[in-house]
Design a protein around this ligand. Sequence first.
Ligand code: AMP
Ligand code: FE
Ligand code: FE
Ligand code: ZN
Length: 289
Amino acid sequence: MIDLHSHSTASDGSLTPAELVALARDSGLAVLGLTDHDTVDGIAAAQAAAAQHGLRLVPGLEFSAEYEPGTMHLLAYGIDPVAPALTQKLASLRGDRGSRSARIVARLCELGMPLTIEEVQAAAGGGSIGRPHVARAMIARGYVASTDEAFAQWLNQGRPGFVPQERIAPAEAIALTLQAGGVPVLAHPYQLKPTSSEHLEQIVRGLCDVGLQGIEVHYSRHRPEQMAEYAGLAQKYGLLVTGGSDFHGASKPDIRLGTGTGSLSVPEAALVLLLERIAENQAKAVAVR
Ligand code: AMP
Ligand code: FE
Ligand code: FE
Ligand code: ZN
């Protein structure tokens, strides 16, 4: 079994990188991609655990990129986690995540839900901080019963506790990924909420023009007809196909490693092509340096 999309405590997952890799092994995975939000901090620990358990770890990350109105996530696979331009940008995004969460806390206080940034930081445990950690702190205070309720009532865009985050331009995320020897992939396209297939195709074409190399087709929350549509775009634009569960542990309890909500299955052929492309991109990145 192969799963190329997962989160650890380095961002908003509930398992440490080592625990995640151990669970992957116990779940029967041969290959795991670690793709924490805007950070590579979990990769070293995950690599070490993977070596110990005889599992292949594909290092990655998941950028939150600019996209109006909504969210665009871009995956970066096989990146060198110490590439200077990449780590500098990640440090800046991380600084903004910190100040943004402080502004969310201030907003919630105004809304009659006293909270401290320390409680949110404790929920993040030193990892890349985000709204899921605010949600956990709100649950601990008894303001909401669940993460879903925290997002739906307070934290989602359009709700009173929403504060925008500094986001990277898609072209910059793709360029940094390539420079770091990685493969840039559009994550879960359904989340773009395109108004039509033409709209989605236009977005994908724009990303291809700036170097996109893959599209996440196999995904827990993609319906079969969506997977078929995205696979069609992959074929038309010469993109690699990837897939994964987007496992987060306790904060997305319906999603399991490897199988997602039950029917996820990432084909081995997709992995083989991705690994080949990673090797090519790494060789090019080294040649440029
Ligand atoms: P942020 O990175 O701070 O913008 O928060 C976005 C992240 O929150 C997403 O990547 C998801 O992992 C998580 N998220 C969004 N909505 C929910 C939800 N309803 N329940 C749990 N996690 C969520
Ligand atoms: Fe997340
Ligand atoms: Fe995502
Ligand atoms: Zn994800």
